[in-house]
Design a protein around this ligand. Structure first.
Ligand code: IVH
Length: 696
């Protein structure tokens, strides 16, 4: 049955329209319509093709979703071989290349077209009468695999060439790749669906293109860049490579915008340096840059050696990945006490430097990658980042390689190593004593909001610690004028200023002192709550922390129950200090060395023993005030309003009495509002409550 002319015309129009939008989106990165509009056009075409199956042809954009799986790939013989490129790894090799080119052409200062070297896989696309008919992988350069159905699914590959001057036959060459961002998202999806994740965008692109089932390829976010041609018939090819790429762009093919014409070695090196610097900001991976003699006539004259052109070269970036052996896994203690497992490596040249260590971040990472001493691993170093172990080569694992264990005591100071429940990091709990944490501990101790010892900055701390003069904060109070003045570049006057500042810091309020100890998780606010709760250093040191955690958890649980029943709540203990923080304090105070330092500090009078702190919770702006909530507030839920009031020390109760300070009323208030009015209790709306909470 013949398809009615108007239907055929409509299908043609829709196809052109959809392909135009594909090009705008995938090639020009400048979409003209939103997804909904695109989907509408697409569905309309699908509908037409469903009603008139004779309309369906392989070059319809609806066919980009892939088709029935192939039993195998057919071989594809390239019309002209797809050669590889010679590599240059240094400036010297680039100089030598340019010299050979100049000699070959008997000229000086040759012009080149320079562009990124894409880290994907080379393919060839054949267009006959402007229509995409066949595509193949590079294979061995002479014979590749016909992957036409798969290439059809790549939206940046036009199904039809556009514009005037479309040749009768043209073979486009370029690279299929995946953008890093698309790769990450795809891997996330793979993992969510329990499928295996790919190692890098290049492998993902290669794996996706070599699917016998093109419907799988269609779901993979592949892209394409054209950079050369093979055969061309029925059109005059341009005179230079730059014009050739412009021409391809005009035909609707995606061409890399980073291409540039440059002259001489200096121009080449400048381009290389710029691309190396901008590498991270490009959306796709590149592993170097490619230089091609710009004049096509000159290219023809230079010709080929063996399997590579004389007129082009790939100037590679230093390899970012290399394999080497893990000789040991050691643990480093950072300035803040965090333990980091580090792989000691057999030295290996990667990313332009020799690498002997690679961070393994934390125990979870070691487990996830299952790195063991003796393993052969891939080490990665990108840009200036710290080298890391990317993955293990399991087939090379020696027999008997044992799983890494985090030490239970700090390798620097022997204090216990702890890991809080919610964290990935193991920490040394010997903060006041551990040599690795000395400088940090002293700087924190002396800082303005802690003991406020003026003049004890980084430089002086370095001198004191490196000179072995001070080991712990307690040592500061034993520093005499003589010792300080004896330091290099320390004038008598500044030395006596520091001594005076140390003296002045004595008898600090308990909250400041607790903060100054540098206990993990104990900031100023937490320190205040602790100081108030215990009232004295002695009580703080003698606390039964396990009992406290248990009591805290009991009150929390009981209050959840009471809240649901709208009953009066129990007074919270250590308000705002969660069980994990308490655990951290307990871990710290359990270390005998920390206790020794605290005792020494106490003996030198660092902390006030006279200060009497009123027991109980810190005062909030609303403490002692009692609130009743009624009706629906415009923005805040009942729980939110309650939490806000309680956070400032207020109390929320269920019924209005003479003891109620405020009633907060929203829409459709109940009898509580009437009662409040009866008793003359101030009534607030939500805005009024928020103003009060802000303190204005
Ligand atoms: S031009 C006659 N340009 O690198 C010149 N090749 O390692 C033909 N490659 O086989 C190649 N990016 O697949 C050219 N911008 C680029 C390239 C590029 C990546 C590939 C190409 C080649 C391989 C050699």
């Amino acid at each position: 049955m013949a398809v009615p002319r108007p239907v055929e015309a409509q299908a043609r129009k829709l196809r052109a329209e959809i392909e135009r939008h594909n090009r705008q989106y995938y090639v020009l990165d400048a979409p003209l319509v939103n997804d909904a509009e695109y989907d509408r056009l697409f569905r309309e075409l699908q509908e037409l093709e469903r009603e008139h199956p004779e309309l369906v042809s392989p070059d319809s954009p609806t066919q980009r979703v892939g088709g029935a799986p192939l039993p195998q790939f057919e071989q594809f013989a390239h019309h002209t071989p797809m050669l590889s490129l010679n590599n240059a790894f240094s400036a010297d090799e680039v100089v030598a290349f340019d010299k050979r080119v100049c000699e070959g052409l008997k000229t000086v200062n040759v012009e080149y077209l320079a562009e990124p070297k894409f880290d994907g896989l080379a393919i060839s696309l054949t267009y006959e009468q402007g229509k995409f008919t066949q595509g193949a992988t590079r294979g061995d350069g002479y014979t590749g695999e016909d992957v036409t159905p798969n290439l059809r699914t790549i939206k940046s590959i036009p199904l039809h060439l556009q514009g005037a001057g479309v040749p009768r036959l043209i073979e486009i060459r370029g690279e299929v790749l995946m953008y890093r961002r698309d790769f990450e998202r795809m891997n996330e999806r793979q993992r969510e669906q329990g499928e295996k994740a790919f190692v890098n965008p290049r492998n993902a692109a290669a794996g996706s293109l070599r699917q016998l089932d093109s419907r799988i390829t269609a779901r993979r976010p592949l892209r394409f860049f054209a950079y050369a041609i093979g055969l061309v018939e029925g059109a005059a090819a341009p005179a230079t490579h730059a014009e050739l790429e412009n021409w391809m762009e005009g035909l609707g093919l995606p061409v890399c915008p980073e291409r540039r014409r440059v002259s001489g070695v200096q121009g080449l090196m400048q381009f290389y340096d710029e691309m190396a610097a901008r590498r991270e900001e490009l959306p796709y991976d590149i592993d170097g840059v490619v230089y091609k003699v710009n004049s096509l006539a000159a290219q023809a004259r230079l010709g080929y050696v063996a399997r590579a052109p004389r007129f082009a070269i790939a100037h590679k970036f230093p390899a970012e990945e290399a394999s080497t052996e893990v000789q040991a896994i050691e643990v480093q203690v950072g300035r803040t006490g965090a333990l980091t497992p580090v792989a000691r490596l057999k030295p290996v040249f990667v990313g332009g430097v020799t690498v002997t260590n690679a961070t393994l971040h934390n125990l979870d990472q070691v487990r996830a990658k299952d790195v063991r001493a003796g393993d052969t691993v891939i080490v990665r170093r990108a840009g200036d980042v710290i080298p890391e172990v990317a993955r293990v080569l399991p087939e090379k694992r020696p027999r008997g390689a044992v799983e890494f264990q985090m030490p239970s005591v700090c390798p620097e100071c022997g204090s216990k190593v702890e890991r809080l429940e919610s964290e990935a990091v193991h920490r040394c709990t010997g903060g006041l004593f551990c040599p690795a944490q000395r400088k940090q501990a002293l700087l924190h101790f002396a800082s303005r909001r802690a003991m406020d010892i003026e003049g004890l900055g980084e430089k002086l701390v370095d001198q004191l610690v490196d000179g072995g003069i001070v080991h712990t904060p307690a040592g500061l109070y034993r520093l005499g004028l003589a010792k300080l003045a004896g330091l290099e570049r320390m004038a008598e006057k500044s030395a006596s200023n520091v001594v005076a500042a140390i003296e002045k810091s004595k008898r600090a309020p308990l909250a400041r002192f607790i903060f100054a100890l540098g206990i993990y998780h104990v900031g100023e606010e937490v320190a205040k709550v602790l100081a108030r709760h215990f009232g004295s250093l002695a009580k703080f040191l003698d606390a039964d922390w396990d009992a406290l955690i248990a009591e805290k958890e009991r009150v929390q649980k009981e209050n959840t129950r009471r809240r649901n029943k709208d009953e009066t709540l129990l007074a919270p203990i250590l308000h705002g200090v969660g069980p994990e923080i308490i655990q951290s304090v307990a871990n710290f105070l359990r270390q005998p060395h920390n206790r020794e330092v605290i005792e020494q500090l106490r003996a030198s009078g660092a902390v006030s023993e006279e200060e009497i702190l009123p027991p109980g919770e810190p005062e909030g702006a609303l403490s002692g005030k009692s609130f009743v909530l009624t009706g629906t507030l415009p923005d805040l839920s009942r729980d939110e309003a309650k939490a806000l009031i309680e956070a400032q020390g207020g109390k929320v109760v269920g019924s209005v009495s003479t003891k109620t300070d405020y009633v907060v009323a929203g829409a459709e208030p109940g009898s509580k509002l009437a009662r409040a009015k009866e008793l003359g209790i101030p009534v607030l709306d939500e805005a009024g409550l928020l103003r009060m909470l802000k303190g204005s």
